[in-house]
Design a protein around this ligand. Structure first.
Ligand code: NAD
Ligand code: ZN
Length: 341
């Protein structure tokens, strides 16, 4: 749908609903959202990584309790991935499960996080350590929210779009690169790119909803992406961390003889020219490797890395976190680092 007005009809009918909303979105889209918000309990929150914590979830649950939400109530969440993660965990915990509806307002929310049911929060300095599966009853994708999104957050959404198109196939990868090269990040193909990203993700989730096996490939780019987010204290937005993590894992895959250099180079050049970001200091290979030890996919000195063999061919590979891995990460950060040179 184009604007939130298209969602009003079905959202208005929800009984005893409260609205948990990103404060910035509430201000920027006040008029369009008024029919959804007016007359309902509202909790406005600042979307930053500090909100994605037990404290943030407690704040949301306290608000539910204060407006006497019951198991028949509904939570309407409006915002990006951060608001979504808090809403997922809070509605999963409150009375052991509250129904919720979601209006994603970021490109990342629309093209990736809005499906899949996952909600994860940070613990101490580490990303996504706690979480739950709890699907929204409905998701409403309203493209007009993108009109106010900062270029940095558009680029961040593309990190996940690029990831899903690479997981899809070589043709999908070509489509995203061609669309952006032709018309920039905000281009007429964007609705199709969002749709195709969700189709790729849906295909994986339908086979393995609870991440027993295949779904792990959706974490492509995330082991080192999350490590970079931790090392930079979340200076880098999530999707750009994922783009960096993809580039690094593609580099490792190429160096290990798994991925053709041509694919590494194409994706590397695309990220460098179209998804810009600048780290304010160089990170070291050992720092990145150390931070990645906290990843959920790490155990017994081994990481389950999602290595790329080709677009459309990702394989979970148990990999020792050894000298070889550290030297490959170091080679990447010293000579190929897209976000610091
Ligand atoms: N649960 C999942 O499956 C999943 C998947 C991917 C990412 N994530 C998480 O999502 C988070 C990142 O989410 P995100 O990139 O959507 O961003 P976000 O929620 O952090 O929002 C980014 C910024 O954009 C602002 N904003 C949101 N919508 C806007 C709009 N329409 N106009 C103007 N400004 C707007 C926010 O206030 C914030 O400053 C990370 O914490 C990541 O770990 C979760
Ligand atoms: Zn992600």
């Amino acid at each position: 749908m184009d604007s939130p007005a298209d969602a009003v009809e079905s959202l208005r009918t929800l009984k005893h609903a409260g609205v948990l909303i990103d404060r910035r979105v509430a201000a920027l889209h006040a008029k369009a959202l008024a029919p959804i918000i007016e007359g309902r309990p509202v909790l406005q929150l600042d979307a930053d990584e500090n909100l994605k914590t037990l404290m943030g979830v407690q704040q949301a649950c306290t608000w539910l309790q204060e407006f006497n939400a019951t198991r028949q109530s509904t939570l309407i969440a409006i915002g990006g991935g951060i608001i979504q993660d808090v809403a997922t965990v809070a509605s999963h915990l409150y009375y052991r499960g509250l129904k919720w509806h979601y209006l994603p307002t970021t490109l990342l929310g629309m093209s990736d996080s809005c499906i899949g049911a996952k909600g994860t929060i940070n613990l101490n300095a580490y990303k996504n350590q706690l979480g739950a599966f709890h699907s929204p009853a409905h998701v409403y994708i309203c493209k007009s929210f993108l009109e106010t999104l900062a270029p940095r957050d558009i680029a961040s959404g593309y990190g996940e779009i690029l990831k899903l198109h690479f997981i899809g196939s070589a043709e999908r990868l070509n489509e995203v690169i061609a669309a952006v090269d032709r018309d920039g990040l905000v281009n007429p193909q964007l609705p199709a790119l969002i749709h195709n990203s969700l189709v790729v993700k849906q295909r994986v989730i339908e086979i393995d909803e609870y991440e027993k096996d295949l779904r792990r490939i959706l974490n492509y780019g995330h082991t080192f992406g999350h490590a970079l987010e931790s090392v930079t204290h979340n200076q880098i937005p999530h999707g750009l961390g994922v783009a960096w993590g993809m580039d690094l894992i593609n580099f490792i895959s190429w160096k290990r003889g798994l991925l053709a250099q041509e694919y590494f180079q194409r994706v590397h050049d695309f990220i460098a020219r179209s998804l810009p970001f600048r780290l304010d200091r160089a990170v070291s290979g050992s720092e990145v490797l150390d931070a990645s030890r906290r990843d959920k996919k790490v155990a017994d000195g081994h990481a389950n890395l999602i290595l790329a063999h080709a677009p459309g061919d990702l394989r979970v590979t148990k990999t020792p976190m050894d000298q070889l891995l550290e030297s490959q990460i170091t080679e990447y950060v010293n000579h190929y680092n897209v976000y610091y040179s």
